[in-house]
Design a protein around this ligand. Sequence first.
Ligand code: CTP
Ligand code: MG
Length: 233
Amino acid sequence: MTSERYYGLIPAAGAGERMGQPRPKQYLDLLGRPMLHHSVKALLADARIDTVFVVLAPADREFKQYPWGEFGGRLAPLYCGGATRHDSVLNGLVAASSTVEPEDWMLVHDAARPCLGRRELQRMLDELAADEIGGILGVPVADTLKRADPVARIQATESRENLWQAQTPQMFRHGLLLQALGRTAKLSDEAGAVEAMGLKPKLVQGSAENLKVTYAEDLQLAQTILTSRGNQA
Ligand code: CTP
Ligand code: MG
């Protein structure tokens, strides 16, 4: 019998430069709450998630200005963010080591994905519970893909067969993830580090609604999605 636990880890130490706003995007208002609040809430919606660690910039002064009481002891801020997302996740994994066992599952989830759905999270936990390696949420590429030349003229039409877009959460055992991220740098996601060890993470069907808020117009879309679910905060 397995007795491993499930934890969330949300890197939230970025500057959100592409949003073009003075404050980091994790604190931008989304239905009266900072965006980070929705991302935390989405992970904690599944009772199997024990605690969500949030990795903040060491100089973060904003987190404490918001009320987090509704999550009780299930939310744990860690002021150990680094210069890149990779560093923030790695520092967070190290800081969480005092609580988390190597066999426990870590679900690494971007603060910038506030619309993670309950159903997709549940599917991920169900499909990967007995998995040897772990996996990520993703969606098969639906659009026709064009390769461009440097002046945006189409050079070729690429096959989209077996191509997926990677999302978060990315779910791996703490020990494996620590080892994988410690060996590589400059990868944009956790799965890439695990792949670099010669392992094949599983792709779990996600939803296009789990968008990453990167540019200003994405925030409006996120608001529309949350509102359509009747999620007011
Ligand atoms: N992140 C982090 N530490 C960093 C950089 C990013 O914890 N040094 C986090 C962000 O806060 C975000 C997630 O990683 O939750 C995904 O990164 P991204 O969408 O690129 O956010 P930013 O880096 O903040 O945005 P930008 O690249 O536009 O500056
Ligand atoms: Mg970034």
